[in-house]
Every structure is written in structure tokens, then in C-alpha cells.
Design a protein around this ligand. Structure first.
Ligand code: NAP
Length: 249
């Protein structure tokens, strides 16, 4: 069987990096997309290739349509057409209430988290769908438990963007179910990554973990396990489905 080709957006750090590394262990060739941190992406690629795997680092801002088109074309030319996609790239900004938000910030959040996810889905469907001559594939979107809680007092804009990711996951799953493509999502809870520093509180997971039924934060590797299962043939009967990796929240 031909090697599966996985693109992980935002694969240079956190949950995306853990997903890229685990996927390589499971035999995928991996495109490691990043936006700014070339050294971090190169380090993930180096770890994969040093272990005998195949990987390339691919710079692109998923919020930019031309860059997304070029990203998938570069993957075609290096590892081959995408057969598995993890829409992991996502951002939040400083904690604030809705009464302090402005349109520029809301636009940035939606551009990466929603537009970026949809654009990458579009490019993947154009390659995977049997309707377009493709051989099928699997997509996993990285949503958040915030889609259910709404993140009051912290980042309602981010939570709203993840609500949109849930909706597009359901819709696309049904749209392409007859075309060989499964579309699922994971909803992480409080995971130890650098993202919380972007919200202005690097120690956020430790502050809030007492409110988690399992009484701890999660590790990126625990989210990666759920993602890899949803991508795998073992999940062949799951589409439009969600796995919460959130300690019971
Ligand atoms: P992270 O450590 O902050 O890493 C974010 C990654 O996304 C980096 O590789 C970053 O690349 C990349 N990225 C950001 N904007 C991008 C863009 N426009 N185009 C391409 N790449 C972009 O984040 P994380 O905590 O692992 O989060 C990963 C996903 O999980 C996100 O969708 C997030 O919303 C979701 N999530 C996280 C948590 C949590 O507690 N950590 C909880 C629920 C959901 P550069 O470094 O090059 O900018």
C-alpha cells in the first residue's frame, strides 16, 4: 500500500508537533506546516528523519488563500498529494471580555481558526475526493471544549471560532461521505502548550486544573493519540464525530 501523506497545520509546536511525531511513528509521511517559527518546524522534521521517517517543513499562513494553495502544491511536489489532513493551526489572543474586543482582533481569530480550516479542507477535498479522481482520505479538525463552554471572561471570540469548526466538521462530513473522505474532530481541554502564554497567562492550565474532573491538565501527546485514531482505518465507521480530550469537562 502506498504511504499515507499527512499534512499537519501548525505542526511546529504543541499539539501539532506531537501529532506529527506520532504520525511518523505510525508510518505516515508528514508535512509539518508552520507560520513563523522555522527552527521549531525544522527540529520536528529532523526528529522524524533521524528516526528513518519522511517529513518536510512547509511555511504558510493558513489564513492566506494563496499561501494555502501553494502549501498543498508544495506537498504534492515533495511527499505527494495529501491523504490525511489535521487542521490544527489555531490562535487566541489576550484574555478579555467581549466589551473590550475590536473587529481587527476578531478578524484575526476567525481568519486563522475558521477561514484557514475551511481553505485547507477545500484543498484536501480537491485531492482526496473520488468525485475529483482522488483515492479518499481523512480529515481531523482540532476544535476545543471552548466550543461548548464559550470561554466567558477569557476569549469568547476564540470559543465562537471553535463553534464554527464544530459546525463545519459536521457539514463537510456529510458533504463528502459518499466520496471516500471522513471528517472528524477532537475537542481538547486544558493542554500544556505555549498557547496559554499567547492569552497572557502561561500558567493557566495549573490555575484551572482543580476544576477538571480528572484534576489535571492534559499533554499534547494525549490529544495526538485521539487524532491518530480518528485518521486510522480503525475509525472507518466514524465521520462527523467528536472526541473530547478534556479530562471530563
Ligand atoms: P501552540 O502551541 O500555540 O501552537 C500553535 C501552532 O499553530 C504553531 O505551530 C504555530 O506556528 C501554528 N500557527 C498559528 N497560526 C498559524 C497560521 N495562521 N498558519 C499556520 N500555522 C499557524 O498551540 P496548541 O496549544 O498546540 O494548539 C493547537 C490547536 O489546539 C489549536 O487549534 C488550539 O485552538 C487547539 N486547542 C488547544 C488547547 C490547549 O489547551 N492548548 C485547548 C483546546 C484546543 P508558529 O509557531 O510558526 O507561529
Amino acid at each position: 500500500m502506498a504511504q499515507q501523506v499527512l499534512l499537519v497545520t501548525g505542526g511546529s509546536r504543541g499539539i501539532g508537533a506531537a501529532t506529527a511525531l506520532l504520525a511518523a511513528e505510525r508510518g505516515y509521511a508528514v508535512g509539518v506546516n508552520y507560520r513563523r517559527d522555522a527552527a521549531a518546524a525544522a527540529a520536528i522534521v529532523q526528529r522524524i528523519t533521524a528516526a528513518g521517517g519522511r517529513a518536510v517543513a512547509l511555511q504558510a499562513d493558513v489564513a492566506d488563500e494563496a499561501e494555502v494553495v501553494a502549501l498543498f502544491a508544495r506537498l504534492d511536489a515533495t511527499l505527494g498529494p495529501v491523504t490525511a489532513l489535521v487542521n490544527n493551526a489555531g490562535i487566541l489572543e489576550a484574555q478579555m471580555r467581549v466589551d473590550a474586543l475590536d473587529a481587527a482582533r476578531i478578524g484575526r481569530i476567525l481568519a486563522t481558526n475558521v477561514t484557514g480550516t475551511l481553505l485547507c479542507c477545500r484543498e484536501a477535498v480537491r485531492r482526496m475526493s473520488t468525485r475529483h479522481g482522488g483515492g479518499g482520505g481523512a480529515i481531523v479538525n482540532v476544535s476545543s471544549v471552548a466550543a461548548k463552554t464559550g470561554s466567558p471572561g477569557e476569549y469568547v471570540d476564540y470559543a465562537a471560532s471553535k463553534g464554527a469548526v464544530d459546525a463545519l466538521t459536521r457539514g463537510l462530513a456529510q458533504e463528502v461521505a459518499q466520496e471516500g473522505i471522513r471528517v472528524n474532530a477532537v475537542r481538547p481541554g486544558f493542554i500544556y502548550t505555549g498557547m496559554h502564554a499567547d492569552g497572557g497567562e502561561p500558567g493557566r492550565v495549573d490555575r484551572v486544573k482543580a476544576a477538571v474532573p480528572l484534576r489535571r491538565g492534559g499533554q499534547p501527546e494525549e490529544v495526538a493519540e485521539a487524532i491518530l485514531w480518528l485518521l486510522s482505518p480503525q475509525a472507518a465507521y466514524s465521520t462527523g464525530a467528536f472526541i473530547d480530550v478534556a479530562g471530563g469537562r
